[in-house]
Design a protein around this ligand. Structure first.
Ligand code: FAD
Length: 480
């Protein structure tokens, strides 16, 4: 009887405990992916992430074929499909790597119960995080709410396990005839846009797949990590790993990223990387896990404020402001550069994500959920936990959040983190010829230069927007 490996957010062969277990069992293996857009409801993949998934599935299909196996792709309700396909295949066992988001957990628990009832073994493994949410707890057994305390406890619990190698060969089972009725080609999932084809920028920027992820990781740890601690906040420099979509879709595991960085430092291969750079990088991987563990402890944070006093926030939610923000036409160059980079490439630098999120929720007084939804649709790395937790963090309503009264000034932030204006000029080409002294605040340019530049005027006055946000927030804190 075969064993089914159900791939989800783990589109890789190496450090894939579910796959390794299936291969080691000696049983013939069936590889399965189920696209389930209906069940995902409001958390269905956004358009950019769907584009990524298409490439990721094609790469996995090719990688498995090289090992002698087939990736079977089905489309529909996983709750019904997985048990049915297991029965059709006469499978002895179904294995997968665990998910931690509310909907994923709910689905997996239900499927496990159905399989068990049918006498099929269901076995799940840890592969998507460094520390599973329930393994790092306070002394009282509660979830941590502060990153530094969580991180200290996580580190004290030991190093993440070393990654597993990819299996040398997969003994593939003959495809069950009955599966023909449920399996479709990757094309049939229609994950990529056709008319209009807006994905040109994504294709230029990225190639999804395990081999490409491995290249990105090695390029980074062998060279980019040197100076990471200081340069990671500079959007004008290629100073970060850009591994977020690979981690999101599991082309690499966080354990692989962790151990590759540690080995590079210990082996002295990391291009001048010091302990400080390494620690900073590891702690960023930690933030990813922390977001997962927060959402695990409080699934309602997907849409509810952690700090409930924010439920009464008088958000303006002005449709025209939101549209200008989405389209990169706010008149603030660093905000517009970030939003255009996002639209074109499906990715935005972390510092700029913080600036645009602060601008939307504070200067424009738009509900963080509107920004979160836009990011969910446009980011190739869109991830429920990281997105929701970071949006709430910036908006001031989240766990361990920056206080609401700390409002980023986009001009000062831009001068500090994009000192020559290189990033802004790249994404806002209208400003290419503007002198550095005023590139982050074009309204201060010499009127003759200003007249030649077709760039919008600011949609909000920085002082006025800040004062309005603080007054709204003060109304909350003064409320009885
Ligand atoms: P690096 O600096 O190389 O960091 C390595 C890895 O650590 C990243 O790939 C990522 O997996 C993780 N990481 C780094 N910073 C964070 C963080 N603040 N929170 C969680 N994980 C982190 N990241 C997502 O993966 N998906 C999202 O949907 C997402 N939405 C965000 C929304 C907002 C408003 C903000 C401020 C941040 C968001 N982030 C999100 C976190 C962060 O911006 C990206 O992970 C990072 O920019 C990815 O670039 P990198 O891979 O070069 O990062």
């Amino acid at each position: 009887a075969p064993v089914i490996v159900w791939f989800r957010n783990d589109l890789r062969l190496s450090d894939n405990p579910a796959l390794s277990h299936a291969v080691a069992s000696g049983r013939p293996v069936l590889c399965l992916f189920v696209h389930d857009p209906q069940h995902a409801r409001e958390h269905a993949l956004g358009a950019a992430a769907q584009w990524w998934l298409d490439g990721g599935l094609r790469a996995l299909h090719a990688d498995l074929a090289r090992m002698g196996a087939v990736l079977h792709v089905a489309c529909g309700d996983a709750l019904a499909l997985v048990p049915r396909m297991a029965a059709q295949a006469g499978a002895a066992e179904v294995v997968w790597n665990r998910r931690y988001d509310p909907l994923g957990r709910e689905t997996d628990t239900a499927i496990k119960a159905t399989l068990k009832h049918a006498g099929v073994i269901a076995h799940s493994f840890a592969a998507g995080v460094l520390y599973e949410p329930w393994t790092v707890r306070t002394r009282a057994g509660d979830a941590f709410r502060v990153f530094t305390a969580w991180w200290r406890a996580a580190r004290a619990s030991g190093e993440p396990l070393p990654p597993l190698p990819a299996p040398g060969h997969v003994h593939a089972a003959v495809s069950p005839g009955a599966w023909e009725g449920c399996c479709v080609g990757i094309d049939a999932l229609r994950l990529v846009p056709v008319s209009p084809d807006w994905a040109g920028g994504l294709r230029e920027a990225w190639q999804p797949g395990e081999a490409q992820a491995r290249d990105r990781l090695h390029h980074f740890v062998d060279g980019g990590l040197g100076g990471y601690a200081d340069a990671r906040d500079r959007p004008d420099l290629p100073a970060t790993s850009r591994l977020s979509p690979d981690l999101r879709f599991g082309h690499i595991s966080p354990r692989q990223a962790w151990h590759a960085a540690v080995a590079a430092v210990r082996g002295g291969a990391a291009g001048g990387m010091g302990e400080q750079d390494l620690e900073k990088f590891l702690s960023e991987l930690g933030w990813r896990d922390f977001a997962v563990s927060l959402l695990y402890a409080q699934p309602e944070l997907v849409s509810c404020n952690f700090r409930t006093e924010f439920d009464a926030m008088p958000w303006r939610n002005d449709a025209r402001d939101l549209c200008a923000w989405q389209q990169g036409r706010t008149g603030y160059p660093i905000v517009d550069a970030g939003m255009r980079q996002l639209w074109r490439t499906g990715w935005m630098h972390n510092r700029v994500r913080m600036i645009v999120a602060s601008f939307l929720t504070k200067h424009l007084l738009c509900d963080w959920r509107m920004g979160e939804a836009w990011f969910r649709d446009t980011l190739v790395d869109a991830d429920i936990a990281s997105n929701v937790i970071n949006w709430q963090w910036v908006a001031g309503c989240g766990v361990d959040a920056a206080p609401y009264f700390r409002v980023f000034n986009p001009v000062l932030q831009a001068r500090r983190f994009d000192p020559d204006g290189t990033y802004v000029r790249r994404w806002v080409p209208e400003l290419a010829g503007v002198p550095t002294s005023c590139v982050h605040a074009p309204w201060t340019c010499d009127p003759a230069i200003r007249a030649r530049v077709a760039y919008p005027s600011p949609i909000v006055d920085l002082q006025g927007g800040r004062a309005r946000a603080l007054a709204a927030w003060k109304g909350l804190s003064d409320a009885p």
